[in-house]
Design a protein around this ligand. Structure first.
Ligand SMILES: [Ca+2]
Length: 538
C-alpha cells in the first residue's frame, strides 16, 4: 500500500514538474507576453503553496478502541490514516492500548481522563460515558449527525435514537454517543461437529442431551489426537464471562457475562438477583463439580481461553458468531477436520431459554467536547465508513495491507498481527442482510480451505438467530448507576457467583447477596431503571 500511495504522489509530483516546465517554457518563448505569463506563473505558485500549506494542515484525530491482537500502534502516517486522508481529508492515530477484555483498556483510558486529556474519540467502556456526559466532557452530537454523518443518522432506526436520547442527564434528549447497533443476533454458542461425530452423538437440544455430550467429550478422545484426557467440554472466562448460554438456558438475561435488566415477574429487574440466576448457578456448580465446565474457567484470561479453543481442546463455547473464522483458521493447522456448528440453547424444563439480544449493543464511540472541528472531523471518518457506496472498499481495505490484486481481482489477505496495526474504526451498524452480503464478498477469490471456513461461519450466524431475544434493558443509560459503582460493575454478583460455583460458598450465600444488593443501592438503582424503562418504552 505504501508503494501505491508513494507511486501516486510520485506521479503527482511529476505532473507538477511538467506543468512548471510548460509554464517556464512558455514564458521563455513568448517574449512579448512575458509579464502576463509571470503573473500566471506566480498564480500557479501561490496555488501550489496553498496546496502544500493545506497538506501541512491535514487535521488528525486521536481515536481509541479495541486493538485486538495487533502489535502496533496506528501512527499518523499509517496506511489506514493515509486511506482516510485520501477519502475524507482527515487522518487519525491511535496508541497501542491493550484491550484484555476491556480491563487494561479502561485503566489506560482512566489515566487520560484523570489528566484531563481525553482522546478526541473513543470507545467508552463499562458505562464510563455516564459520568463524562454529566461533567460536560463529551460533545453533544445531536445537531451534527444529520449534516455530517447522514449515513449513520439514517441507518439507525428512530426508536433506537430515542433510547440513546435517554442518556442525556438533563432530560433534554440530546445525543451524546454513537451506538453500536446490531439488528441481528451477533452472539451465540457453538459446538464441534467433528467431536460429536467422533463420540457418536448429535447436536444436543435439551439439558440432558447437552450434559450427555459434554460427558462424552470429557471421557473420550473427542479431538482424535490419541489422548483421551486433553478435552475441555465447555469453558468460560474469569468473572464468569463469555459463557452466557449456560445462564441463558435458565432465562437469565446475560451479556458477555454481565447480568442485564429484563422483565422478571412483570417488572424490569436486574437478572443477577433473580431466582433464574440462582437456578443457573446451582446447575453451574454441578457442571463444575463434574468437570463438564472447565475448572480453570474463573482463572482464564481472554488469551488463555482463546488458546484452549484454538488448540483443539474445547468442545463448545459462546462468543461472537461472525468471528468464528478466527479459531477455525487456527484449528485447521492442527486438525483439518475441525467443523464448528451452532449450538442451540439447551432446553431446561420450566424455563424459557434465550441468548440476550441488545440492538444497542453498547455505546461505540463518544467524541470529546473539544469544539466543533473535532466533532466534524471524527464524524467525517465514521460516516464515510457507513456510506453504502463505500461498502466494498471498506471490506477490502487497503491494498497490500488488507488485500492484494490477483488477476485483476481483489483478494483479502490474512491479518498480519505482527506487522500491521488494528483499523480501530469500522462499521458499527449491522443488519443481517447487509452482513450476509459482506460475508459473501469475503469469500471471493480465497482458497478452497478458507471458503470452507467462511461457509461454516455463515451457517452459524444464520442458525444462531433462532435463539435470540431482545431484552427490556436494551440501551439502559449508565446514569442510573450514579453513586453505585459496585452495582454498575457487578462486583458483588461476580464474587458470590464465582465462589458458589467453585464450591467455596453454599448456595444460601446467594440469598444473602440478593438481600445485601437491594440494601446497598439496588433498591434505588432498580427504582431509577423502572423510571427509565417507563420513559424509554413510551
Ligand atoms: Ca484427545
Amino acid at each position: 500500500m505504501n508503494t501505491r500511495l508513494r507511486g501516486l504522489s510520485n506521479k503527482l509530483f511529476i505532473v507538477f514538474v511538467l506543468i512548471c516546465m510548460v509554464i517556464v517554457g512558455c514564458s521563455n518563448n513568448s517574449g512579448g507576453n512575458a509579464p502576463k505569463e509571470t503573473v500566471k506563473e506566480t498564480g500557479k505558485e501561490v496555488e501550489k503553496e496553498k496546496e502544500l500549506e493545506k497538506e501541512k494542515e491535514i487535521p488528525y484525530v486521536e481515536i481509541w478502541g479495541n486493538n485486538g491482537n495487533f502489535k502496533n500502534a496506528l501512527e499518523k502516517d499509517s496506511p489506514y490514516s493515509k486511506w482516510m486522508i485520501d477519502n475524507v481529508g482527515v487522518g487519525y492515530y491511535s496508541p497501542l492500548v491493550p484491550w484484555e477484555g476491556g480491563t487494561a483498556y479502561i485503566q489506560r483510558l482512566n489515566t487520560r481522563i484523570a489528566s484531563n486529556d481525553l482522546p478526541d474519540a473513543f470507545v467508552p467502556w463499562q458505562g464510563i460515558e455516564g459520568t463524562l456526559i454529566e461533567q460536560g466532557a463529551l460533545a453533544d452530537l445531536t445537531d451534527y449527525l444529520p449534516k455530517y454523518a447522514p449515513h449513520i443518522w439514517n441507518a439507525i432506526p428512530e426508536d433506537i435514537w430515542n433510547v440513546v436520547r435517554t442518556s442525556d442527564p438533563t432530560g433534554k434528549g440530546r445525543i451524546y454517543y454513537l451506538p453500536r447497533v446490531e439488528l441481528y443476533q451477533s452472539y451465540g454458542a457453538f459446538i464441534r461437529q467433528d467431536w460429536l461425530d467422533r463420540v457418536g452423538k448429535k447436536v444436543p437440544t435439551t439439558k440432558a442431551e447437552f450434559e450427555d455430550v459434554l460427558q462424552a467429550f470429557l471421557d473420550q478422545d473427542a479431538n482424535g489426537n490419541g489422548d483421551p484426557n486433553d478435552e475441555i467440554p465447555i469453558s468460560g472466562r474469569e468473572f464468569g464471562r463469555w459463557m452466557d448460554v449456560l445462564f441463558g438456558m435458565y432465562g437469565v438475561a446475560m451479556w458477555e457475562g454481565f447480568p442485564m435488566w429484563d422483565i422478571y415477574e412483570g417488572e424490569i429487574t436486574y437478572s443477577g438477583v433473580t431466582s433464574n440466576m440462582r437456578d443457573a448457578i446451582v446447575n453451574l456448580r454441578d457442571m463444575y463439580a463434574k468437570k463438564l465446565l472447565d475448572n480453570e474457567t474463573f482463572l482464564n484470561s481472554a488469551a488463555d481461553w482463546s488458546a484452549k479453543m484454538n488448540s483443539d481442546r474445547m468442545g463448545a463455547w459462546f462468543h461472537i458468531n461472525k468471528n468464528t473464522t478466527g479459531p477455525l483458521d487456527q484449528l485447521k493447522e492442527i486438525n483439518p477436520e475441525a467443523h464448528l456448528v451452532a449450538l442451540p440453547v439447551p432446553k431446561v424444563d420450566g424455563y424459557e431459554g434465550f441468548v440476550t439480544h441488545k440492538r444497542i449493543n453498547r455505546p461505540e464511540f463518544v467524541i470529546a467536547n473539544k469544539g466543533e472541528e473535532t466533532v466534524i472531523n471524527v464524524l467525517k471518518i465514521l460516516d464515510w465508513i457507513h456510506d453504502p457506496a463505500n461498502r466494498e472498499e471498506n471490506i477490502y481495505g487497503v491494498e497490500g495491507v488488507d488485500h492484494e490484486v490477483v488477476n485483476g481481482e481483489k483478494v483479502l489477505l490474512p491479518p498480519d498481527f505482527e506487522g500491521n496495526s488494528a483499523k480501530i474504526v469500522g462499521n458499527f451498524v449491522f443488519d443481517l442482510d447487509s452482513l450476509l452480503v459482506q460475508l459473501e464478498l469475503e469469500s471471493k477469490g480465497v482458497d478452497a480451505e478458507t471458503v470452507k471456513i467462511i461457509e461454516q461461519r455463515n451457517q452459524i450466524v444464520k442458525d444462531n438467530q433462532a435463539y435470540s431475544k431482545s431484552i427490556a434493558g436494551d440501551g439502559l443509560t449508565a446514569s442510573v448507576y450514579e453513586g453505585y459503582a459496585d452495582i454498575q460493575n457487578h462486583t458483588s454478583y461476580q464474587e458470590v457467583m464465582t465462589k458458589i460455583i467453585i464450591g467455596d460458598y453454599p448456595i444460601e450465600k446467594f440469598d444473602s447477596f440478593v438481600e445485601e444488593w437491594y440494601k446497598s443501592g439496588g433498591e434505588e438503582v432498580t427504582k431509577r431503571v423502572r423510571e427509565w424503562y417507563a420513559q424509554a418504552s413510551k
